[in-house]
Design a protein around this ligand. Structure first.
Ligand code: SF4
Ligand code: SF4
Length: 181
């Protein structure tokens, strides 16, 4: 049987309290990014409850969240809309939803891959992966900055790996366990 979207959201860290919302609108009224979002926080929650998965996960709303926590501080029902926005980002990324004009998921993926491979961020590799998966031609715009950084030894072409690299999978596993509590 197909899982209802509301159940997916509730099972994702950050989305547990979505059913507590009373639709008072305090979050949307407080949100500095509401006018840029396709659906402001209160509306997003109503759509989750109406099983509008496609519309929610392909929207730009959660990607515009600045994590300012105004909504979370003012919500009378402790719904934690900031955490909910991050839960939706997570679901959209895991399930391959793409938002037109939004390359944040590609940047997140490149960042995580860099950490997995090296234990730290390798800026050159991260940017290379990001531009190759989004718009390689856009890299031309930042190439002069990259060249200057390279000449000043601030952008090594090869990654430097942390010691005890074999511990990284265990650290990531532990992080996931802690986050899901
Ligand atoms: S402030 Fe809280 S209860 Fe009110 S609409 Fe937003 S999430 Fe729902
Ligand atoms: S945390 Fe995100 S959703 Fe909440 S008010 Fe700030 S920008 Fe808006």
């Amino acid at each position: 049987m197909k899982t209802k979207f509301i159940d997916e959201v509730k099972a994702t860290p950050g989305g547990e309290k979505v059913l507590s919302c009373i639709q008072c609108g305090m979050c949307s009224g407080s949100c500095p990014m509401a006018s840029r979002m396709e659906y402001a926080p209160r509306q997003l929650i109503a759509m989750i409850r109406a099983d509008m998965k496609e519309e929610v996960l392909s929207s730009n709303s959660m990607w515009y969240c600045l994590s300012c926590y105004l909504c979370t501080a003012r919500c009378p029902k402790d719904v934690k809309p900031t955490d909910l926005a991050h839960a939706l980002e997570s679901l959209a990324t895991q399930q391959g939803y793409r938002t037109k004009g939004n390359n944040n998921p590609a940047m997140y993926r490149a960042f995580v891959d860099s950490i997995r491979s090296n234990g730290r961020v390798h800026e050159f590799g991260l940017m290379l992966k990001y531009y190759m998966s989004t718009n390689p031609f856009a890299a031309l715009k930042v190439a002069p900055v990259g060249l200057q950084m390279f000449l000043r030894k601030r952008l090594p072409l090869m990654p430097t790996r942390v010691k005890n690299q074999g511990d990284i999978p265990a650290i990531i596993k532990k992080f996931k366990e802690v986050r899901s509590k």
